[in-house]
Write a protein that binds this ligand. Sequence first.
Ligand code: BTN
Length: 258
Amino acid sequence: MYRGDIIGREIIFFDSVSSTNDTAISIGRKRDNPDGIVIIADEQSHGKGRFGKSWISPPGVNLYFTVLLRPPMLSRNASLLTLVSAVAVTTAIRDYTGLKAEIKWPNDILINGKKTAGILIDMKSDRDSLYFLAVGIGVNVNMSPEIMPEDIRPHITSLMAETGKSLDKITLLSQILAELENHYKILLNGNKMALIDEWLRLSSTIGSKVKVQNQDRIISGTAKGIDETGQLIIRLASGNLETVSAGEVTILKDNISL
Ligand code: BTN
């Protein structure tokens, strides 16, 4: 198992938890320096996805883990950790499986247009100070998509479904942690642009026609890029540029929603 200088200097395994993010938050509150502690569970009874959705977390088949980070930065820059984690997970999946995993802004990981991994970041901060982040990562590794509810099944995949073979979860976890350490250090060294370039190289969103649902607003246009805090820049039909910090993106191809 990978042990970095920062990431994975302590790894805590559980058979079952409600959500590794919630476990990580309670550990983070008790530790003076939670930077790099990893919480991993074999199953989650209440796995959390973005937008209050649940993350289906059956035992034995997938990866569910949360990395505590305490980057020395202001809370308004915390979104850069979204880039770090999406780049790390995508790179590790590509290297381990040879599959062309891609990032859909902000941090969904897709293979052949279907979701195979997701990232949920919980943050403890006040207006300026960032106390810690709980970076929760779920990867569908050896799960059969057949067990997913029928309505979402067409949009979900797993590494096993895509490669046709069962994969070693711990090897993949080690590679993800190594990539997290690598890209976290790039950020800590102030090399934001290298990180953004890497994100752009791995993204399937930029250049596509998109629809972004941001609370009760829908913004449609062409995704032009991301700014230096990781926000998505969209060119509207009017030609104006709009920046969005959060939302659910649908990539439109020939007016068909994917
Ligand atoms: C999403 O794409 O909606 C985000 C999914 C994040 C799932 C992971 S699994 C480990 C961690 N614990 C949780 O409860 N959620 C994240």
